[in-house]
Design a protein around this ligand. Structure first.
Ligand code: MET
Length: 735
């Protein structure tokens, strides 16, 4: 697991007092303006309806994940006489919109990439595994704005923090080197005051994010001459003046031009420049070059405090800097049993808001293509889809439907194949074959022989077609660059491996860290990313009884290469076959079904290592490996976002990707150019500058709905509220 915020290790916090109410959380990030949209405080934008619709509209939202549901919610709040019919497409039979009667495991627990599984015993729910979104930064203003509106009765309840490494007793393993740290009154408490880990994270904190101290700047990567730490404060402060925000945006553009380098280059540059400040020797390493290499790697393991990130050292420093400016010191849990319920609640609220003016149809179907259709100046957006049965089976015939507007919320890889078939020339083509030729069963009665003119099974002939995403009527290059952008975004591979473990079992192995109790978070270079013990906070009353007995254990939250190494076993999802009780003579996890055993063996193999004991210096087996080998790990489940379904967990810009992501963030501004007759919008965290965060999905949903309102009012921005106008006007137009 990787969160990018050096403050996690420097913030002074009272040990147990970190819980917050939703009111406090909703206040915290309310005014924060992201550097790419420095005039916009998104939570302020959505306080009022975004705008008004005067005429009736027929809208499709492709994808019923967080972005799609947020679009629906904001559409449901629009003012004006126009009635809106929304069709939501999603192809996942486990989606909560699909009615389901059976006792729930993963069924009904999905909304796009927000997805859960429930482990239970004798019909009593025991633990919730968050396969998708699991932690919600306090600075995420839109998230807490929606939580505030969804749960009026819970606004004053205290919400617990997510137990990130560093906020709970944590162990780091790098090579043979074990370090321990945890929350202390004066910031992070370390096992040894002269810890090498402590020194390198403090150096990177000081030389990358810098200081809020007015009188000095310490960062090697200042923005407009100022430490990022100071910029972060200015962006968050409600009192900051517009001219100062505009200046930051200009400085940020310069910073982006000059610093699209890899995260590793930035870390290396800091260590090369300031390695004299690293006072601890590295025994056995004497040359400066090797010392620098050692510390670069050590930092790769620990990351900014809440987990290593060596596998994403190639991502752009710009992504890291955005996250650093966003500055999420603390992350929280949502006040729901499973996080997907938050989305079900937003969805239900949209139904309620829109009672009189908004009609919702849900369609369990996979969308294969989208385009414009245009006849005698009458323009519509067309969606080609295949119905999916509740058992997941897909129909062979393609269906087409026309809409006034379509918001595509699908992941970049899904989207790129939908938008490319008709090409990029924005001229009407009399006829095109869309959909996908399907493999046809042997049965001749369902299999008309295809010939050149007729669509084969699975295809459909569509008349008068234009491409879906367009920026120009005259040239195809501007249009095709949208495809390039969508197609080239980098989706990170990421996976999670869960189990339920008896607390008493685990604590036989977990060392105690000072007076803070046993280690419950592990950050290591063993290929499991980070491991977290996740507390029971959202459980039903039956579950609470069990919370003193079991830990819900996220054994591995890994990214990129760490995750790819396990892909052959991830392919067997859900791997949640209950492990039979092991025979008495043979304790441990040996009785599990074959698939489960395969994954657990792979995981255990990664953790079997002899290490140096950080207390007495002896050479011994690493306790975590021993714990995994000997504790009974029940209800195992693993999921990899690269192997399954979504073509990757989330977008993170690699070096060189910034312009593509930025083009898609601003895509909604095409609405200011009505002569394009463009009926499509994009919404998804991948089309935001916060890939992999609900906040990014919500921001892009707001962008899309604002764009749609302007388009539906023939390019008139006055149809938006004054705050919402900024969402369309303060970005540089894409056209
Ligand atoms: N939100 C995801 C997480 O918390 C992805 C982070 S992207 C830096 O792990």
């Amino acid at each position: 697991g990787i969160s990018i915020n050096p403050d996690v290790l420097f913030t002074k916090r009272e040990n147990k007092s970190r819980s917050r109410t939703i009111v406090e959380l909703a206040e915290n990030g309310k005014y924060y303006r992201h550097p790419d949209s420095s005039l916009i405080s998104y939570p302020v934008v959505v306080e009022k309806p975004l705008g008004e619709i005067k005429k009736d509209l027929n809208v499709a939202i492709v994808g019923a994940g967080p972005a799609g549901i947020a679009c629906l919610y904001e559409l449901s709040r629009l003012k004006g006489e126009g009635k809106i019919t929304v069709t939501m497409y999603d192809c996942d039979p486990d989606h909560f919109q699909v009615p389901e009667e059976v006792s729930v495991r993963i069924k009904g627990l999905k909304a796009g990439r927000v997805s859960a599984a429930i482990s239970s015993e004798d019909e009593v729910d025991r633990a919730v595994y968050e396969i998708g979104a699991m932690r919600f930064p306090e600075i995420a203003g839109l998230v807490w704005h929606y939580a505030y509106n969804m749960y009026p009765d819970k606004r004053e309840d205290r919400i617990d923090p997510f137990p990130n490494p560093g906020t709970v007793p944590t162990e780091l393993l790098h090579g043979n080197y074990v370090d321990r740290y945890g929350p202390g009154k004066e910031g992070t408490d370390w096992l040894h005051a002269d810890s090498r880990t402590k020194q390198v994270v403090e150096l990177i904190g000081k030389r990358l994010k810098g200081t809020t101290d007015k009188d000095k700047n310490t960062s090697l990567f200042p923005i407009g001459g100022k430490d990022p730490a100071k910029i972060s404060q200015i962006l968050k402060d409600p009192k900051t003046q517009e001219c100062e925000l505009k200046t930051i945006h200009e400085h940020w553009k310069t910073f982006m031009r000059e610093n699209d380098i890899s995260l590793e280059s930035a870390i290396r540059k800091i260590i090369e420049t300031y390695h004299d400040e690293l006072k601890s020797d590295v025994p056995g390493i004497s040359s400066d070059v090797e010392k620098i290499n050692y510390y670069v790697e050590l930092f790769g393991t620990i990351g900014f405090g809440t987990g290593g990130f060596k596998p994403v050292y190639n991502m752009s420093l710009l992504e890291t800097m955005r996250l650093m400016l966003w500055s999420y010191n603390d992350e929280y849990l949502l006040p729901v049993q499973a996080n997907v319920h938050f989305f079900r609640d937003i969805y239900l609220a949209a139904l309620e808001n829109g009672r009189n003016r908004l009609k919702i149809n849900t369609s369990l179907a996979r969308v294969s293509d989208v385009c414009h259709v245009e006849e005698n100046g009458n323009v519509k957006a067309l969606v080609v889809s295949y119905k999916v049965e509740e058992n997941g089976a897909e129909h062979l015939e393609a269906k087409t439907a026309e809409y006034d507007y379509v918001i595509l919320t699908t992941t970049p890889k899904q989207t790129s194949s939908m938008i490319s078939k008709v090409g990029f020339r924005n001229k009407v083509v009399p006829s095109a074959l869309l959909g996908e030729p399907m493999p046809v069963p042997d049965d001749k009665s369902v299999s008309p022989k295809s010939d050149k003119c007729k669509p084969s099974v699975g295809q459909v002939e569509v008349k008068n077609v234009r491409p879906a995403l367009v920026l120009s009527n005259d040239n195809d290059i501007p249009n095709s660059k949208l495809f390039t952008a969508v197609n080239n975004l980098h989706m990170v591979c990421s996976s999670k491996v869960f189990a339920t473990v008896k607390i008493t079992d685990f604590e036989k192995y977990a060392p105690k860290f000072k007076e803070n109790g046993p280690i419950t978070a592990i950050v290591a270079d063993c290929g499991l990313g980070s491991s977290y013990v996740v507390p029971y906070v959202k459980l039903t009353s039956e579950m609470e009884d069990k919370s003193n007995t079991y830990y819900s254990f996220l054994i591995s939250y890994a990214w990129e290469d760490d995750s790819k190494g396990l892909q052959n076993v991830f392919g067997k999802y859900p791997l949640n076959v209950k492990a039979p009780k092991p025979p008495a003579h043979c304790p441990g996890n040996v009785g599990a079904s074959k698939d489960t055993e395969h994954m657990m063996r792979a995981v255990i193999r990664r953790t079997m290592r002899r290490v140096t004991d950080p207390i007495d210096g002896s050479d011994k087996q690493w306790w975590f490996g021993e714990a995994l080998r000997n504790c009974t790990l029940e209800d195992q489940l693993s999921y990899d976002w690269g192997t399954n379904n979504s073509a990757g967990a989330f977008k993170l810009n690699m070096v060189g990707d910034n312009h593509n992501a930025d083009l898609l963030v601003r895509y909604h501004t095409h609405a200011l150019t009505p002569k394009l007759n463009n009926r499509f919008f994009l919404a998804n965290c991948s089309y935001s500058h916060l890939g992999g965060w609900l906040e990014g999905a919500f921001m892009s949903a707001v962008n899309a709905v604002c764009g749609l309102v302007v388009a539906a009012n023939d390019g008139n921005v006055d149809a938006l509220s004054p705050e919402a106008r900024k969402v369309v006007e303060s970005f540089e137009s894409v056209v």
